[in-house]
Design a protein. Structure first.
Length: 94
């Protein structure tokens, strides 16, 4: 969504995400830069291996129709995060 490819290396608490390709000019990012690290602060007390959901009951009984598909949901979430990051950067530069 933001024009970079990331390769994940390591496992568990030592897993990192490293930029392998930049498709669009992005300020401050470089190939080989680590941009994702595991932070144990965000671990859940007891992690569930598999989480599954089924919306069929809501669709049939409530006639619910989703407004977003997965790709559009991710796009909106990334755009929101980028907007917040830009605002934070402007504030820090003041």
């Amino acid at each position: 969504m933001v024009g970079i490819d990331v390769d994940f290396k390591g496992t568990g608490i030592n897993e990192i995400g490293v930029i392998t390709k930049i498709k669009n000019q992005t300020d401050g990012l470089k190939v080989g830069q680590t941009i994702v690290k595991v932070d144990p602060v965000y671990f859940r007390p007891s992690e569930v291996d598999t989480l599954l959901g089924d919306s069929n009951k809501a669709r049939t009984k409530l006639k619910w129709i989703p407004e977003y598909d997965f790709d559009s949901l991710i796009k909106e979430m990334v755009q929101s995060d980028l907007t917040l990051a830009k605002k934070e950067k402007i504030i820090k530069e003041l």
